[in-house]
Design a protein. Structure first.
Lengths: 322, 292
């Protein structure tokens, strides 16, 4: 299958008064139609920057973003309109992603108006349909966002993203600002929409355990680089990268069975270093339990340790040694 | 399309707005003063006890009378009823405020929106540096200069004040817009491909309205004050125009013996300015969003 999105050697630096922030430092991955790729990382790992660069809020410093084979590595203002219709985003905090001075109806109608979809009457019906889709009452069109609860607002934000029938939706921590009870509802809805509309999701999150049930593939980011990228099942059962192991062992579990499948307990140590002055060699070596001499000298190359399972770590330099 | 809800909904919104506004009694007082002054100004020919006293009217037999039942605020040196002249004076004051603000607010706000949105580009630099130049000149001083070089008139005074006043709106809206443009709802509109016009006027501007209204209300008072100050020094409205500033200036010559000639017009200015200032606070409450 042709990938819908290809990221090639993407780099995004921010020049600030305190130095250059290497938010995203050469990453590559792709995304298939109808697939969910979970992009997981700590705060400051560059996952949101990746998302904003794909959607075009930032222009990449270098590297390429291909959408259906077409180069879109320019900011959103320079992209053709059809692309803006095909790629949509759901932001983290629905409290700030909906204009407090506009009604839900106006908010949902905007993408339709911009892309000249339907007549007034058709648009009105479509807005009602969108609200029904996300299980909100139709008379919400007259309400202002501040009259809605946090979960309902995020439903509206999702409905807005789906209004133009996109092919790729970027989900920037869509549930992390919400109550746990609403999280499950929103996740289920997202999975359902994905099946119905064959949507590709680039799912940005710091919640690794969530990805087990949602993502088809998972990529772990650390300080602007991808550490490990693998199909979800493989990722949780056979993690290779020491960072992945550390993260997986830190997921809290409730039952004995779960405890058994967990990798051995690795105590995480240290904090994520500053992206202004990242450590040389492997970015993770300052916190790694298994580091050796080469780790602080050379940037690890990608190693394919299994079917579609990529690891950027010196421990797995040659396949035979595993 | 979703903008005009049914009458019921509008009534509900109005009730809610009045509740928010009236929670602060001070803004209700402001509204009362403003409505009172506006009413008196609008119906001056009907509510003034001696409407003919507004213009060229002389009656030396009744000159410089202290306040009495016949003339509630007394009469001036020409025998004109001061209360009547105050009512007509409100017309000039309000007109001055309304004309200046309607000349000043649209360009000021639009330039501020553009400069704020294009922060960091040459467009911002151009607009904001020009704004700085205009801000460097105090409106009253320029108005003084213009009116002393050209003929002193209300029209010239209004033009001079307007020329110096727009930068305040540019600065205000610039500050708001440059932070609002980073809000996610603006990014969301941008990402979906909305036009710059939509982003500036439909996404950013509605979030600036409360600050703009508040400032307009405060400025209404300021402009009236400056207009009166100009008239006071003889560079604004010319006699026999019943302008409040001119009346204070005339009366000042007869202080303290015939105090009513200056004091009542001065009180009238105070009530007008105070009313608009208090109303400004009320606007802030009115536009506040409450979380449920």
């Amino acid at each position: 299958m042709e990938p819908i999105l290809e990221i090639k050697q993407l780099k995004k630096y921010f020049v600030t008064s305190r130095g250059t922030v290497r938010a995203v430092d050469v990453i590559s991955f792709d995304l298939l139609p109808g697939e969910t790729l979970g992009l997981v990382g700590e705060s400051g790992s560059g996952k949101s920057t990746t998302a904003y660069t794909v959607i075009g809020i930032y222009a990449p410093t270098s590297g390429k973003i291909l959408f259906r084979g077409r180069d879109i590595s320019v900011p959103v203002a320079k992209r053709p309109k059809s692309l803006k219709r095909a790629i949509q985003i759901v932001f983290q905090d629905p409290g700030t992603s909906l204009n407090p001075r506009r009604t839900i109806g106006q908010i949902l109608e905007l993408p339709l108006k911009v892309h000249r979809i339907g007549t007034r009457e058709e648009r009105r019906r479509r807005v009602a349909e969108l609200l029904r889709m996300v299980e909100l009452p139709e008379d919400y069109i007259y309400k202002a966002p501040h009259m809605l609860g946090g979960g309902e607002r995020q439903m509206v934000a999702i409905a807005r993203a789906l209004a133009t029938e996109p092919e790729l939706v970027i989900l920037d921590e869509p549930t992390s600002a919400l109550d746990v009870s609403i999280q499950a509802k929103i996740i289920n809805m997202l999975i359902q929409f994905q099946k119905e509309m064959n949507l590709a999701y680039l799912f940005i999150t710091h919640d690794l355990s969530l990805m087990r049930n949602v993502a088809h593939r998972v990529a772990i980011m650390y300080l602007g680089k991808i550490c490990e990228l693998a199909p979800a099942v493989e990722f949780f059962e056979r993690p290779y990268h020491p960072y992945t192991k550390m993260l997986l062992s830190s997921i809290p579990v409730v039952s004995e069975e779960e405890e058994k499948v967990k990798p051995e307990k690795i105590v995480s140590k240290g904090e994520i270093p500053s992206p202004v002055n990242p450590p040389p060699g492997c970015r993770f070596h300052t916190r790694c339990m298994e580091r050796n001499g080469i780790c602080s000298e050379a940037v690890p190359e990608v190693v394919e340790v299994g079917e579609g399972h990529l690891v950027w770590c010196h421990l797995y330099g040659k396949k035979e040694e595993r | 399309m979703f903008k005009s809800p049914q009458w019921q909904r509008r009534k509900e919104g109005f009730r809610r707005g009045w509740y928010k506004f009236s929670r602060n009694p001070v803004s209700v007082v402001g509204l009362f003063f403003v409505l009172l002054v506006s009413f008196l100004a609008a119906f001056a020919p009907y509510v003034a006890p001696y409407p003919e006293h507004a213009g060229r009217f002389v009656n030396f037999r009744e000159a410089s009378q202290p306040p009495s039942l016949r003339h509630l605020c007394g009469t001036d040196v020409f025998g004109r009823d001061i209360l009547s002249r105050i009512f007509f004076g409100f017309r000039y004051s309000l007109m001055m405020g309304v004309v200046v603000l309607s000349l000043v607010v649209p360009p000021g706000v639009i330039l501020g929106l553009i400069a704020g949105y294009y922060r960091g580009t040459w467009i911002e630099t151009l607009i904001m540096r020009v704004t700085d130049i205009f801000l460097a000149v105090p409106p009253l001083i320029l108005a003084l200069a213009v009116c002393s070089v050209l003929t002193p008139s209300v029209f010239n005074a209004m033009m001079a004040i307007s020329l110096m006043w727009w930068p305040w709106y540019t600065r205000l809206v610039y500050g708001l817009a440059s932070s609002l443009k980073h809000e996610f709802f603006v990014q969301a509109a941008e990402v979906t491909g909305a036009s710059k016009f939509h982003i500036l006027f439909r996404e950013i501007l509605p979030n600036c309205v409360s600050s703009i209204f508040t400032k307009m209300s405060l400025d209404m008072g300021w402009v009236i004050l400056i207009g009166s100050a100009l008239s006071f020094v003889g560079l604004g409205a010319q006699p026999p125009t019943p302008d409040l500033g001119t009346m204070v200036a005339d009366g000042a010559k007869y202080l303290p013996d015939q105090w009513w000639i200056a004091v009542f017009p001065a009180l009238a200015i105070m009530i007008t300015v105070l009313g608009f200032n208090l109303l400004g606070d009320g606007f802030r409450d009115l536009f506040a969003l409450e979380e449920i």
